[in-house]
Design a protein around this ligand. Structure first.
Ligand code: HDD
Length: 663
């Protein structure tokens, strides 16, 4: 058990087989009837038990996060692959094999706490490392750039993407007027919008997403040498995505799709793994790029600045209590350890204020660091005192520095003994409200992203843009957005104009660049695996060899569920779902091993087949179903007749070459 788990154990309470008491420890003899005058009479104020129970309930909610309200989290461990002391003095990166407990919270950005998981959105990927030198938080997203360049614009951006204030519609969607109005009028968002329209915005699971620190930080080694650094998480299972029609349907069929996937896989021992990588730029190379390395709307193409892998994170334990851990965890980009420092990236500078500030309202005061999930595993001492919910009982008369009563303790520690020292950057300038000219090119990397996409990804982006902008009611905004896209690609803009019913763009020349970065494409870098993919076998009384099929799939680490027309036992297997309680959109592939005699069940089966086909997922026919009323072409890619060929098709994932599919 690691240090964090040991610490959390002290706070855990198992209430089973315990007598019921009030919060004051008084045993309670009755918990179903309030104290009244006569069994049909009024309740009386004297009923302290009722009042305590009701008051606690009335105060159970805290404000949800202003962004990233919807999320889920897990514990894990980070293991360092190599001594990275040449680039950073961070102790948790100093030794091969060194292990550090972590807690990770994944999230969507725009939706409320109860919104669906599979909406088109950026995903948060926040990691708390409980290091021996204090907590280090890497507060990342699954896209490497951001919508705005300066933190002062963050509230405007968030107001635009959130539900519109007059009617609070739409929930967890960017497909509405205020979002696209913001984008058209704040064109620094152009690059991020391309990522937002791409398949990155509809991940298959939290286990199959990359993470990016986005902002430019600094690594500093013991000799005081610094590098600019960008952080990356790379999932071992590769990056996998949904298709849009499927994502929308999952939002209804299982709004907890990503939360459930993470929880179930950790319970089953399929621990998600991500490698931590860094891109490094030496201080002296700061100005050697055709973009400003402090601009958070720019990537450092991996082909130009390679990613150096430092270690691996494994998520291996679910939380015991969602509120105590997942809801109360408080991340902050300013939680750093010696060896990790900041750059002057203007988005990062503003974030350094916002995160503590938001915890004060959300967690109700300055003592949120004492909540079990937020406590460092190393000792912490200072002269801060009091405040709501203070738990520590600081003893003695001294709560100030400097002092003689306590030999000037707690006292500062020199950098050579681990005291944090800010990187001594020389800064010289005029106080201005302005943005550097070097931040003004909003389209070159947006076009680079577009040019780096495969044809299928391009098709998805056009479809996504047509959907999103098509939902914008105001024609002038649709027109403005089309004009903006023309700077990225004229054909893309013209196609969009056609689809959303506005004039073709006036701009006839996009920004000039032929640069590509193959690393940003998902489909150019596929990872072929069957590991922990989820498959449904549709069975009935006529299905043969159920146990053999199940075993063959499980041998490939595939998760299997049996589905039938009703809850029943087929060859000793209790089916997991009926065709009504499950849905084809919840699986990575379907094996059809049932015929179903009655017309209703056959038509439900055809719905399963049709949807799986339309979403380009593997489909095996172990029996020959009647496909009347479907557009399924049995000869198409990924439509197979044996379990073995199904496994191969599943390893590949989506089969895009299906001319009839309409997903
Ligand atoms: Fe932020 C939450 C990631 C820009 C202000 N942010 C939050 C979370 C993630 C990110 C993953 C959820 C943490 C959790 O699970 O509890 N944010 C980012 C990234 C950004 C970014 C990668 C771009 C580089 N954020 C950003 C800016 C500001 C904020 C520019 C404000 C100036 N973010 C916040 C916040 C939140 C937050 C308001 C809401 C809840 C919280 O902090 O704890 O402070």
């Amino acid at each position: 058990m690691n240090k964090k788990q040991q610490q959390l154990d002290h706070f855990k309470s198992d209430d089973s087989n315990r007598p019921l008491t009030t919060n004051q420890g008084l045993k309670v003899s009755e918990d179903e009837h309030s104290l009244k005058i006569g069994s049909r009479g009024p309740t009386i104020m004297e009923d302290f038990h009722f009042r305590e129970k009701m008051t606690h309930f009335d105060h159970e909610r805290i404000p949800e996060r202003v962004v990233h309200a919807r999320g889920t989290a897990a514990h894990g461990v980070f293991e360092c692959y190599e001594d990275a002391s040449d680039i950073t003095k961070a102790n948790f990166l100093s030794e091969k094999g060194k292990q550090t407990p972590v807690f990770v919270r994944f999230s969507t950005v725009a939706g409320s706490r109860g919104s669906a998981d599979t909406v088109r959105d950026v995903r948060g990927f926040a990691t708390k490392f409980y290091t021996e030198e204090g907590n280090y938080d890497l507060v990342a997203n699954n896209m490497p750039v951001f919508f705005v360049q300066d933190a002062i614009k963050f509230p405007d951006f968030v107001h635009a993407v959130k539900p519109e204030p007059h009617n609070e519609i739409p929930q967890a969607q960017s497909a509405h007027d205020t979002f696209w109005d913001f984008i058209a009028n704040n064109q620094e968002s152009a690059h991020m919008v391309m990522w937002h329209l791409s398949d990155r915005a509809i991940p298959r699971s939290y286990r199959t997403m990359e993470g990016f620190g986005v902002n430019t930080y600094r690594f500093v080694n013991a000799a005081g040498q610094a590098h600019f650094v960008k952080f990356h998480w790379k999932p071992k299972l590769g990056v996998q995505s949904l298709v849009w029609d499927e994502a929308q349907k999952i939002a209804g069929k299982d709004p907890d799709f990503h939360r459930r996937d993470l929880y179930d896989n950790i319970e089953q021992g399929n621990f998600p793994e991500y490698e931590l990588g860094v891109q490094l730029i030496a201080q002296e190379d700061e100005f050697n790029f055709d973009f400003d390395i402090l601009d958070p709307t720019k990537i450092w193409p991996e082909e130009e600045v390679p990613v150096r892998i430092l270690g691996k994170m494994t998520l291996n334990q679910n939380v015991d209590n969602f509120f105590a851990e997942t809801e109360q965890v408080a991340f902050h980009v300013g939680h750093v350890v010696p060896g990790i420092d900041f750059s002057n990236d203007p988005l990062l500078q503003g974030r350094l204020f916002s995160y503590t500030d938001t915890q004060l309202i959300r967690l109700g005061g300055p003592n949120f660091h004492e909540l079990p999930i937020n406590r460092p595993v190393c000792p912490f001492h200072n002269n801060q005192r009091d405040g709501y919910g203070r738990q520590t009982i600081n003893v003695g008369p001294v709560s100030y520095h400097k002092n003689s009563i306590q030999q000037n303790t707690p006292g500062p520690v020199s950098p050579s003994d681990g005291g944090y020292e800010h990187y001594q950057e020389k800064v010289d300038g005029v106080k201005v409200r302005a943005r550097s000219q070097s931040f003004m090119d909003h389209f070159t990397q947006a076009r680079m992203f577009w040019l780096s996409m495969t044809d299928i990804e391009k098709e998805h982006i056009v479809k996504a843009a047509s959907f999103e902008v098509g939902k914008v009611a105001r024609r002038n905004i649709r027109q403005q957005v089309v004009e903006m896209f023309a700077n990225i690609d004229v054909e893309l803009a013209a196609q969009l104009a056609l689809n959303v019913g506005v004039e073709p763009p006036k701009t006839i020349q996009a920004v000039e660049t032929n640069k590509i970065s193959p690393a940003v494409s998902l489909f150019a870098n596929p990872v072929f695996t069957t590991e922990s993919k989820k498959v449904a076998i549709i069975v009935d009384e006529t299905t043969e060899n159920v146990s053999k099929i199940v075993e063959t799939l499980k041998n490939q680490k595939i998760a299997v569920e049996l589905i039938s027309d009703r809850q029943q036992i087929i060859q000793h297997f209790e089916v997991d779902h009926t065709m009504d309680t499950a849905s084809p959109v919840l699986y990575d592939g379907i094996i059809v091993a049932a015929k179903f005699g009655d017309p209703k069940s056959s038509s439900k089966l055809n719905h399963y087949i049709q949807e799986t086909y339309n979403h380009y997922k593997p489909l095996a026919f172990l029996v020959a179903p009647d496909l009347i009323g479907t557009n399924v072409n049995k000869g198409d890619e990924g439509v197979v007749q044996t379990v073995e060929s199904f496994i191969e098709a599943l390893r590949i994932g989506r089969h895009w070459n299906r001319p009839n599919a309409i997903g």
